[in-house]
Design a binder for this molecule. Structure first.
Ligand code: HEC
Length: 155
């Protein structure tokens, strides 16, 4: 009887794993790494809102200045030490988002065509959508504890 119960429990646990509600690929990050990624994400959202607001006024100089910091120079801050822990596909999606903002800033300056910029923004936001559909972040508790100990802190 006990054996049967044990097997039933194992089967229940296995099917619970197969039926995970959130099926997106999990990225296990330390608290600091997660904080870096999510801080960048909030900057992307805030910047996108700023761009839309400037665009509604057809103020293309402001569009350029809001888009510029979301471009590839944003990556120098955090991505360096995240490269080792994040999947290549994820890094590529991130990089193509930053390149799209570079292009958007360049075009806002050289073409100054709000309709063109609006199309570009809509197109580049497909990358936000695609990446969010594919990945979720969970905290790697053990690595986070190591990170909290100064002796293990490498920078
Ligand atoms: C390379 C992948 C990727 C791209 C591209 C991407 N994100 Fe994210 N974003 C994530 C992941 C992963 C999370 C965490 C999701 C989770 O754990 O459920 C996230 C979370 C967020 C959050 C929540 C932040 C918080 O404080 O919890 C916002 C807002 C966000 N992204 C905005 C954006 C916007 C806007 C864009 C496009 C301009 C974008 N992201 C592009 C991967 C990406």
């Amino acid at each position: 009887m006990e054996k049967i119960l044990g097997i039933a429990l194992i089967l229940a646990a296995a099917s619970a794993m197969a039926d995970k509600i959130d099926k997106r690929q999990v990225l296990y990050l330390t608290e600091v790494q997660r904080h870096h990624v999510l801080t960048e994400m909030r900057a992307l959202l805030a910047g996108t809102q700023d761009i839309l607001e400037a665009l509604s006024r057809e103020d293309m100089a402001s569009v350029e200045s809001y888009a510029r910091p979301l471009g590839t120079n944003m990556t120098h801050k955090a991505e360096g030490h995240l490269k080792a822990v994040l999947p290549r596909k994820f890094m590529q999606l991130g990089m193509s988002t930053h390149k799209a903002f570079d292009q958007l800033a360049d075009d806002a300056k050289s073409l100054a065509d709000p309709k063109h910029t609006l199309r570009q923004l809509s197109e580049s936001m497909k990358t936000c959508v695609a990446c969010h559909a594919g990945y979720q972040i969970l905290i790697n508790e053990r690595a986070s504890q190591m990170e909290a100990q100064p002796s293990h802190h490498k920078h």
